[in-house]
Design a protein around this ligand. Structure first.
Ligand code: ZN
Length: 70
């Protein structure tokens, strides 16, 4: 049965997070919207303005959950 193998391969859990992405093309600066209160933050790396974005991240299943702490 084809379903057998498929069931054995659990996909890695993923998550979509809202981010600020640096508008500078050659800069990797970005931050989570959750972690910033500013409505127009500047890049922590180069200081340029940041644009709204979304990142699709993989959530590791070994306890290092990339989650908000309360
Ligand atoms: Zn930057």
């Amino acid at each position: 049965m084809a379903y057998y193998n498929k069931a054995n391969q659990e996909p890695l859990p993923t998550d979509d997070i809202n981010t600020w992405e640096c508008s500078q093309e050659n800069c990797n600066g970005w931050m989570r919207k959750n972690f910033t209160s500013s409505s127009q933050p500047s890049c922590p790396l180069c200081g340029n303005e940041m644009i709204s974005g979304i990142r699709h991240i993989t959530v590791l299943a070994n306890g290092i959950m990339d989650k908000e702490k309360k």
